[in-house]
Design a protein around this ligand. Structure first.
Ligand code: FPP
Length: 250
């Protein structure tokens, strides 16, 4: 049991956790290995986080696996990552079904190879009936891309006369984002020591509690996850209100 095991206390568990899994490259370099070995090790940490999310009762988990900007990485690294995604999907889908995990992908699919797109669709279909944990994997995703595609979709509907520009509000835009209908993340975790959002869920993270740690992603285990959850539970979420107002609301 972890020293900060939330299941052994009345700790508030975040219902949606969003993660930037940073530090795979450095993890590998420190061991004299290629960066791609770090990504393989990183995948094991993904599996552990999914299992622990189920254990803790987290309802949704969104993982940033490959950003719009990651396409600029060396061709061989991009190739290995894409291959890793395909292999992982083919290998892990049965396990996800067993654990009650529903898997969905967000991002610009058109940029991905047909083989990967096919594996994504197949795993989404196979896990569609599950409800214990909603797992969103962001691949070829960027927060700015997400906002642009939502704006484009609204513009199309305005142009066609289906939407009155005066009626466009926050809900109208949010309904066209990749995570439409999913509660906003309560907790954001970034491993690897950097303190930035790197174009992740720009809209959705507006009121999310941010947690940064130095642990490199492949080393991030259940105890580290519990430490993040425990810190989240100690935060006061005010959503623009004052502490006094929150107390009055009970
Ligand atoms: C960032 O570390 C990590 C990535 C760009 C890839 C994340 C991918 C995985 C963890 C593996 C597979 C995941 C799934 C869901 C199938 P970095 O390479 O930027 O590390 P560095 O900052 O140390 O260079």
């Amino acid at each position: 049991m972890s020293s900060q095991d939330p299941s052994k206390s009345s700790v508030v568990v975040p219902q949606h956790v969003a993660v930037i899994m940073d530090g795979n490259g450095r993890w590998a370099k420190r061991r004299g290995q290629r960066r791609t070995a770090g990504h393989r090790a990183g995948f094991k940490a993904v599996r552990s986080m999914v299992e622990h999310s189920v254990r803790r009762g987290v309802g949704a988990l969104t993982l940033f696996a490959f950003s719009s900007e990651n396409w600029r990485r060396p061709e061989d690294e991009v190739g290995v990552l894409m291959q890793l995604f395909v292999e992982a999907l083919q290998r892990e889908v049965d396990e996800l079904v067993e654990q009650g995990v529903r898997l969905r992908f967000i991002g610009e699919r058109e940029r991905l190879a047909p083989r990967l797109r096919e594996a994504m669709t197949n795993s989404e279909q196979r896990t569609a009936g599950n409800a214990r944990l909603q797992l969103f994997v962001a691949v070829s995703y960027g927060g700015r891309w997400d906002l642009v595609q939502a704006a484009r979709s609204l513009a199309r509907d305005v142009h066609a006369g289906r939407v009155d520009p005066a009626a466009i509000d926050e809900n109208a835009l949010a309904a066209r984002l990749s995570l439409a209908g999913v509660a906003e993340p309560d907790l954001f975790i970034r491993t690897g020591g950097e303190h930035r959002l790197s174009n992740f869920l720009l809209w959705n993270l507006a009121y999310t509690e941010l947690y940064f740690c130095d642990t490199l992603w492949p080393d991030f285990g259940p105890d580290d996850y519990d430490a993040a959850i425990a810190q989240f539970a100690r935060r006061e979420r005010r959503f623009g209100l004052t502490s006094e107002q929150l107390k009055d609301l009970g």
